[in-house]
Design a protein around this ligand. Structure first.
Ligand code: CA
Length: 617
């Protein structure tokens, strides 16, 4: 007894105020000098830490406020970090009576801005991928001791083992395709039980950590640097609407109102329209915003400023730490919309070259357009501050266009009508356009695996207005057996990305003839698009679809492009006179896919089930 007591005394004497013992979490783990914002909120978590008071002695750094909350185990400290504060180590001294804890903290030097946080726009082509499903470069991280779920290749609803290393090893494949930006579904730690599976990343259990089954924070940062070195950009997926129910906060919530009450509110009504509806009831509005997305994803309460400061700062931290170029914000219409506007505004003020696309999954063009910044006359002057939208109306239109018979409003007319409402957007060119994504059946499957139509839709995506996004596997004509199904059905692994795969689609030899054909088509289209000012910035002029043929032009001072989409079963003759307002200035058109020149001085013919893209001369 006595010996043990003495040993304890000696230990206490040796480490009188160690951070490791008393403070379990410091968020953010570090910061930088000379950041675009001067305020820094530090969240400390540790037993009874709320009963301590903090002080700092560092030139240019001052404590503005410190806040204890409902749980005694948190302390929120707000620092003002002025321009005078230099790079270096500072100690935060916590005192409670005669007890003292020293929390070491660091202000790092910012990296030069060049080549970082570049944003993205209509000159880019975005490749959307799920890191768990792309390639497993490090089978050693498939199982991590202490984490709740391991990879299980026998069950598509579970993790498959893909990771950051797998992306790095196959970056040449992505680059070769010509895409200029990669959107990764979230890499945040999702340490959730196997019951739900959280390979998708949308149930974060720590907003400052990359999931160790994907790699480390350092690997993520290094990967982004490698992507940059290869002339591409990275779009990070984020979620501020919810977290995973096994987030460490949930065991000991900072405040009683940190998340909304599931018992009271249940699930959201999933009706994004409510947020923009001038007649919405209180009941529906509350349900949309405060209801939970799913029972295992607690809904964050963005009325709590400690939380919103934490979230905004978390975004700035990831941008500064990694140099990432853009964010795709998940479930944009579900959180408090004034918070989302504040978040977007503050992020873009801090990083003006950055860009954000919000997932606004609603059902009408007007409802979609509501969420774009700089809209006049809506909702008592509400401005979302959001530059770009995931253009679901575009996706819905093209998905109908090739599944319906042609008519006044049906079939190809869908494409015409969806774009004819572009006056509703403040800048439709900023919309991210797509045929499918990780939450929808694959386009190829959706149109009944018809290759000619698939190519036509892809050509439309790459030549009409907007910033196109393709979903991994599109370049391989990926479909799936079950059109309904659940998410995992359209989230297949890339053959060749995983140990013991029987073939590799990452090489020409490993792909089937059909896969190679569509791969070449996609690649050629994207590479051509990359060099086309008319597609990047040109004015769109389209003609009402007639007889199942849709014709449009992209007009730019340095280039004019004509696109003829013939969705009928017959070859069609184009009446030159109808397009004279543009064709009068040109004599010939060069087909960008086969370099053949056609004479435009007279009527000309376009083959059945083909899209022809012509550079006019
Ligand atoms: Ca792995």
């Amino acid at each position: 007894m006595k010996a043990g007591y003495s040993l304890l005394l000696i230990l206490l004497f040796l480490i009188p105020d160690s951070k490791a013992q008393d403070v379990k979490v410091i968020d953010p783990p570090f910061w930088w000098a000379n950041m675009p914002v001067t305020e820094l909120q530090i969240q400390l978590y540790g037993e009874n830490i709320g009963s301590y008071r903090a002080s700092v002695n560092y030139d240019g750094v001052e404590i503005k406020r410190q806040i204890a909350v409902d749980s005694p185990n948190y302390l929120f400290i707000y620092l003002d970090i002025s321009e005078k504060a230099e790079v270096g180590k500072l100690d935060i001294i916590l005192k409670n009576g005669d007890k003292s804890i020293t929390v070491p903290y660091e202000l790092l030097e910012r990296e030069p801005a060049e080549g970082r946080y570049q944003g993205f726009d209509s000159r880019d082509v975005i490749y959307l991928m799920m890191p768990d499903r792309f390639a497993n470069g490090n089978p050693d991280n498939d199982t991590i001791e202490g984490m709740l779920e391991s990879a299980d290749r026998s069950n598509p609803q579970r993790r498959q083992g893909g990771d950051i290393q797998g992306v790095v090893e196959n970056l040449d494949y992505i680059k070769d395709l010509g895409v200029s930006a990669v959107w990764f579904t979230p890499l945040f730690e999702n340490d959730m039980t196997t019951k739900y599976g959280a390979y998708h990343g949308y149930a974060a259990t720590d907003l400052y950590k990359v999931d160790r089954r994907f790699g480390s924070n350092e690997e993520y940062k290094a990967m982004i640097e490698t992507v940059h070195e290869n002339g591409m950009k990275v779009i990070m997926d984020m979620i501020h609407n919810h977290i995973g129910d096994q987030h460490w906060w949930m065991k000991d919530l900072p405040t009683k109102d940190w998340v909304h009450d599931f018992e009271k509110l249940g699930q959201t009504n999933f009706r994004g329209s409510v947020a923009s509806d001038p007649y919405a009831s209180e009941f529906d509005s509350r349900k949309l915003v405060d209801g939970w997305f799913v029972p295992e994803m607690p809904d964050l309460n963005q009325d709590n400023e400690l939380l919103t400061d934490y979230l905004i700062q978390n975004t700035l931290w990831w941008i500064e730490y990694t140099g990432v170029d853009g964010i795709r914000m998940d479930t944009y219409v579900y959180p408090d919309k004034d918070y989302m506007a504040r978040w977007s505004k503050e992020v873009l003020e801090a990083y003006p070259t950055f860009n954000i696309v919000g997932e606004a999954w609603v059902n009408t063009v007007a409802g979609e357009a509501y969420w774009q910044e700089d809209k006049d006359g809506v909702d008592d002057g509400y401005d979302s501050e959001l530059p770009s939208l995931t253009d679901f109306q575009f996706a819905f239109a093209v998905r109908k266009a090739f599944n319906e018979d042609f008519g006044w409003t049906e079939g190809l007319s869908q494409l015409y009508y969806v774009l004819s409402q572009d006056f509703l957007y403040s800048d439709p060119m900023k919309n991210v356009t797509f045929l499918d994504n990780h939450d929808m059946s694959r386009f190829f499957e959706h149109i009944g695996k018809r290759e000619a139509e698939f190519k036509m839709a892809l050509a439309w995506l790459m030549t009409t207005r907007g910033t196109p996004q393709i979903y991994y596997g599109t370049e391989l004509l990926m479909g799936h057996e079950n059109r309904g199904g659940d998410d995992e059905v359209w989230r297949q692994t890339m053959p060749g990305g995983f140990p013991n795969d029987s073939r590799s689609v990452f090489t020409r030899e490993g792909r089937t003839q059909k896969e190679n054909e569509i791969h070449e088509y996609t690649k050629k289209l994207i590479h051509w698009r990359n060099s086309s000012p008319a597609i990047h910035e040109g004015k769109l002029v389209h003609f009402i679809p007639q007889d199942n043929v849709y014709v449009y032009f992209r007009v730019h001072k340095d280039q004019t492009v004509m696109v003829v989409m013939n969705n009928s079963e017959e070859n069609k003759t184009m009446e030159r006179l109808r397009f004279a307002e543009i064709l009068d200035q040109f004599k010939t058109g060069q087909n960008v896919m086969n370099n053949k020149t056609i004479d435009l001085s007279d009527n000309f013919s376009v083959d059945a089930k083909k899209t022809v893209i012509l550079e006019l001369r």
